[in-house]
Design a protein around this ligand. Structure first.
Ligand code: SF4
Ligand code: FES
Length: 373
């Protein structure tokens, strides 16, 4: 027996397709789960094509081909072509490692619309150290140039943390010089593997203040040339973000093996039941899956969210963060200053950002020192 769907359920706008968890890089801020899904269980290109058709039927407009590193899939061109054929705006989120110009040309040929390339830092030495992959930065720049030559839209994504937060101006300048239309500067989110590295990644409050001031100047400097998005670090915020635009409200994540999640870290929440595209149509999962129903809307909210005037602005913030900090996924996100756990979050940020010289814990690699800044 499944519950009836809530009335007037909106259609999702975006679908994150995690084509594989395999990745050549080892970024310490990786928010994929600590236990990755094996290649043997990955959805086939044919299964992805069915998912994309069902997504378009459900109202999804954009698909983000992601991972891991999606280029690790030999059938990436076939998968991207299926997304385009389903009528979806198709975005490839890539580290650029494992994707050469020839395959990029073929991706454009099958209808790829947009490419998002991650940069770890401004200079190659630091960037390659963070990703623990010599030569990665140079490959990224080469591929970015080719993306622009092909007339594809380019976004640069830079995850910010203690080692690179002082280089915002350099990262923005680099994105502009590459011909990107947008740079997304996102603070590391401490989910999955990244939680193990929080003490090595957390910036100090002084660094965050400096970055915000620098960003205001950069926005003026690059107005009309480069859109600059910044996600303020939750641990230093006053208000939480509407994570995923609200749980089960705007988007879905499909894992490499076909499990459908309300957000990429939802599997960290104990007791949720996730349905698979291998067993049910996407529309049924969106409307009725217990995981999507768990925190959808506002009925699940405790106080202070329940009676708060911002409850339909941020939808109580991030469930996975509430779990990680308070041990209760149904608690108010402690990023919120009205949360009883807000002071604890600030305390953790202060402790982590000033607590000595911890080491990066790279997935599958030996621990290594954090670069001095
Ligand atoms: Fe958002 Fe809840 Fe904080 Fe209100 S109390 S601002 S709804 S997280
Ligand atoms: Fe899961 Fe925010 S990452 S709700």
């Amino acid at each position: 027996m499944t519950a009836a769907p809530p009335p007037a359920l909106p259609a999702p706008l975006g679908l994150l397709a995690e084509l594989t968890h395999r990745c050549p890089l080892a970024c310490p801020y990786c928010s994929n789960p600590t236990a990755l899904e094996p290649q043997a269980g990955e959805l086939t290109a044919g299964e992805w094509a069915r998912v994309f058709t069902e997504a378009a039927g459900l109202g999804v407009l954009q698909v983000h081909l992601s991972g891991g590193e999606p280029a690790a899939r030999r059938d990436l061109v076939e998968i991207a072509g299926a997304a385009h054929a389903a009528g979806l705006y198709t975005n490839l989120i890539t580290s650029a490692v494992g994707l050469d110009a020839t395959r990029l040309d073929r991706l454009r040929g099958v209808g790829l619309d947009h490419v998002q390339i991650s940069l770890q830092d401004v200079d190659a030495g630091s960037a390659d150290h963070i990703a623990d992959y010599p030569g990665a930065h140079r490959r990224k720049l080469t591929l970015a140039h080719r993306v622009v030559e092909l007339g594809l839209a380019l976004t640069v994504n830079a995850v910010i943390h203690r080692a690179n937060i002082g280089n915002l101006a350099g990262l923005v300048g680099l994105a502009a010089s590459l011909g990107a239309g947008r740079i997304e500067i996102a603070h590391a989110q401490y989910h999955g593997w990244a939680l193990r590295n929080r003490a090595a990644l957390m910036p100090t409050w002084a660094q965050v203040e400096q970055a915000m001031a620098s960003l205001a100047q950069l926005r003026v400097q690059y107005e009309g040339r480069l859109a600059i998005d910044l996600v303020v670090p939750d641990y230093y915020a006053r208000w939480p973000k509407p994570c995923m635009g609200g749980w089960g409200r705007r988007s879905l994540n499909v894992t490499p093996s076909g499990r459908v999640l309300p957000c990429h870290a939802a599997e960290t929440i104990p007791g949720l039941e996730f349905w698979s595209v291998r067993e049910r149509p996407l529309a049924e999962i969106w409307e009725r899956s217990p995981a999507f129903q768990a925190f959808r809307g506002t009925d699940w909210m405790p106080e202070p969210c329940r009676s708060c005037d911002r409850r339909e602005i941020d939808f109580g913030g991030c469930r996975c963060q509430a779990l990680a900090i308070t041990g209760d996924a149904a608690a108010t996100d402690p990023a919120c200053e009205r949360s009883p756990d807000h002071a604890l979050m600030r305390l953790l940020a202060g402790q982590d950002s000033t607590g000595g010289t911890p080491h990066y814990d790279w997935r599958g690699r030996a621990a290594a020192p954090v670069p001095a800044r």
